[in-house]
Ligand binder design. Structure first.
Ligand code: ADP
Length: 721
């Protein structure tokens, strides 16, 4: 029988089945591998595989007590492996990437009243008794919190036998009550009702892909909640998966969901404890978790039966995983839905061009919500032409923006300054020789952090103090922080608005879902006047008191120059703009730019999304870029520079040729050295319909692999660094 191991291997290995066990595909088993025992999954037979020599087979040790990996998940793993060209075993590893899966959790102990009266009653004890008399059994921690008593009180009552301990099966795991689809939701507007009806109409009808597009605040979430309700109602065993790009967003959505459906959905993200992961995995497998809200890896959970997938903020670049198995979760979600024969809704105010084009060609159905809910108007967006503003050197807030910030502060309203640059400054530069301080052996830029005191790499955990002497020319005291980051902007804001309450929201100040929630609460409770944020603030939050958004450097994203620079800038700035003026209060957005005539800026200022998409599509189509053409990147890396270069040359000499595609490179990557590894890139550009995977497989097969050089294949690349 074939057993697939969660290792970087493309093959399932043959084993002899153990006597007297009836193992079937999907079952978890323990097998010998070399001198070790490993856990793998019994894989389906492959008629094409050469028969194994029965004499040489080793025997499966036995079954591991876990629910089997469903056939639909196995087919999905195969599909992802074929498409991304990642080894099958690496994709399997993502599906079971929770080491705790194989360590049965200890039982969960809950307490109920035993009927024995306490020796002595105190107010604290009374509260515990009252709590348990009226409610279900609870854990000790839960009792202590709900009855506002110390752990000692609970322990004392348990020792006296007043509380009876109940052992619960940890893998029944998921103990939340199921969401109730029939709790009444808000009354939808006519426009929302029409959109919801389209989504609802597709539930139960097999695979269908839809784009739910609508400006921020138009009620997209409320609309897809209706579709979730219908999915839950229609199929009592069906499950729903909602993907979100950022774990910071999960909590907010969990809360909204709970308000709407009376129960929390299951969460899945990297912050979960081992026990919670195991419970979540089990809940997905058993079907007990009816709704899962999760980050991209939730796609690989072993769902029993999906009846709807929602991909919120479908345009978000965070859906692309850039390491190990390189895949785009939005695209793979569409595949998952088609394999599961269920509908999928892609949701965004600023859809990706890929999705837009799929709507234009009729592959996806477009459902549109053009107006904000409850009569809120879209903010007024104005360009601030920085060529005409007299902004002092070393400052980033123009007189125009400053005046508006003052006025907003005086009116007691909140403002947001957007600058998509973490840290204090993007570079440290020597004033004497112009040298940019870099780390030896690395071409990723070092970023100035902690208000000018340290240099930090954003690609690894390297940090160093800001040097006092230029490492290149030896001049002393000449190293300066160059350009603005959010910390430096905060410094400027604090100097100019000493009375304002200011805070920074960036991935290094807000690291976990909990911290994000706390931060969002500070904004909602109006404990802050000016929020300074990176792209983290662009995502899905509602701030009713926020009426002014200042985009500090709107041109920043355009300078990167990759094929999606314009699209990303448009999406990001439009999303930030959408944070302003949600309720009764109208919002204003000031866009600081040196190129107000640029088509992206024009589309933003004119609020003309369709113009932007038309323009962008025409340019891409003419140049044959995605989604009108296809791209694949090959990234070669290794610690030995000559070895990497030689392998690149060897591949280059065998590069395939054809009229339908071009192989560009090899060339040193823009980050020619990263984390100590030298990097070379190829880029393959092809017409649509070319079997790029086959082409690349054939190409790579002609050049013997070298253990010292890693070759990563990036199908549909989003990063070109
Ligand atoms: P989007 O996802 O498009 O940004 P949301 O669904 O988050 O929009 O809606 C924006 C805000 O308006 C939320 O606070 C939501 O609860 C509220 N809202 C939307 N539609 C309705 C409605 N029909 N009735 C009441 N409140 C609504």
């Amino acid at each position: 029988m074939r057993v697939l191991l969660p290792l970087g291997l493309d093959l399932a290995y043959d084993y002899r089945p153990p006597p007297e066990t009836n193992l079937r595909p999907g079952d978890f088993v323990e097998v010998p591998l070399g001198t070790r025992r490993r856990i793998g999954v019994v894989w389906d037979d492959d008629a094409d595989a050469p028969p194994a020599d029965p004499e040489k087979l080793r025997t499966v040790h036995g079954r591991v007590n876990l629910p089997p990996l469903p056939a639909s998940t196995r087919r999905f793993i195969e599909w992802v492996s074929r498409y991304t060209m990642a080894p099958l075993g690496s994709v399997l590893r993502m599906a079971i990437a929770t080491p705790s899966l194989f360590q049965p959790s200890r039982p969960v102990i809950t307490y109920a009243l035993s009927g024995v009266a306490p020796e002595r009653i105190s107010p604290a004890r009374q509260r515990v008794m009252d709590l348990l008399r009226d409610g279900p059994p609870r854990t000790a921690a839960d009792i202590a919190e709900a009855a506002a008593v110390s752990d000692g009180v609970v322990r004392g009552l348990a020792e006296q036998g007043v509380l009876e301990a109940i052992e619960n099966d940890p893998d029944a795991g998921y103990m939340e009550p199921p969401p109730d689809p029939d709790t009444p939701g808000p009354v939808l507007s006519a426009e929302q009702r029409a959109a919801a009806a389209t989504l609802v109409g597709r539930i139960g009808g097999g695979f269908a892909a839809m784009l739910l597009e609508g400006v921020t605040g138009s009620g997209k979430t409320e609309v897809y909640f209706e579709a979730i309700a219908e999915a839950l109602r229609r199929d009592p065993g069906g499950q729903v998966l909602v993907l979100v790009p950022e774990i910071a967003l999960t909590n907010q959505l969990l809360d909204r969901f709970e308000t709407r459906f009376g129960a929390r959905p299951m969460a899945w993200h990297s912050d979960l404890t081992g026990r919670a992961r195991r419970a979540a995995w089990m809940g997905a497998a058993s079907g007990a978790a009816r709704v899962v809200v999760g980050a991209r890896s939730a796609l690989f959970l072993p769902f029993k039966a999906l009846s709807l997938i929602v991909v919120d903020e479908e345009h978000d670049p965070a859906y692309k995983q850039e390491e190990q198995v390189i895949y785009h979760a939005r695209d793979m979600a569409v595949v998952r839905a088609s394999l599961m024969k269920c509908p999928i809704a892609l949701v965004s105010a600023t859809p990706s061009l890929e999705t837009m084009v799929n709507c234009w060609t009729g592959k996806y159905e477009r459902v549109h919500l053009p107006t904000r809910h409850g009569g809120a108007t879209m903010p007024l967006i104005e360009a601030v032409d920085m060529r005409r503003e007299d902004t002092a050197r070393g400052r980033w807030i123009s007189p125009r923006l400053e005046a508006d910030l003052h006025a907003n502060l005086e009116a007691g309203e909140q403002s947001l300054l957007f600058l998509n640059r973490r840290g204090y400054a993007p570079a440290a530069i020597c004033r004497a020789c112009g040298n940019r301080v870099m780390r030896e052996n690395c071409s990723a830029p070092l970023v100035v952090h902690r208000f000018g005191n340290r240099l930090q790499c954003h690609h690894c955990d390297f940090t160093m103090p800001m040097p006092k002497v230029c490492p290149k020319c030896g001049a002393e005291g000449t190293i300066i922080a160059y350009g603005p980051g959010v910390e430096r902007l905060a410094e400027e804001v604090e100097a100019r608005f000493p009375e304002a309450r200011v805070a920074i929201m960036a991935s290094d100040t807000v690291r976990t879902a909990r911290e994000a929630q706390a931060f969002v609460e500070r904004i909602e409770k109006h404990q802050l006047d000016i929020v300074i944020g990176t792209q983290l603030v662009t995502k899905g939050h509602h701030f009713p008191m926020l009426t002014l958004v200042g985009i500090v450097d709107a041109d920043l994203g355009l300078s990167g120059g990759d094929l999606r620079a314009g699209e990303r800038t448009y999406q990001q700035l439009w999303q930030v703009a959408g944070r302003a003026g949600r309720a009764e209060r109208p919002g204003r957005v000031l866009v600081q730019t040196y190129m107000p005539e640029h088509p992206v800026m024009q589309a933003l200022i004119g609020g003309d999304g369709p113009a932007f998409y038309r323009n962008e599509a025409a340019e891409r189509e003419q140049a044959g870029w995605p989604p009108y053409g296809r791209l694949v990147a090959l990234i070669l890396s290794g610690v030995d520079e000559a070895g990497v270069a030689a392998h690149a040359r060897a591949l280059s000499s065998r590069a395939p040729r054809g009229a339908e595609f071009t192989v560009l490179g090899p060339a040193p990557a823009p980050y020619a050295r990263l984390r100590g590894r030298f990097r070379h890139r190829f880029l393959i550009r092809a017409r649509r319909g070319v079997d790029l995977q086959g082409l690349i497989r054939g190409w790579l097969a002609q050049v013997p692999e070298k253990s010292s050089v890693r070759v990563a294949v990036d199908i549909d690349p989003y990063s070109f660094l």
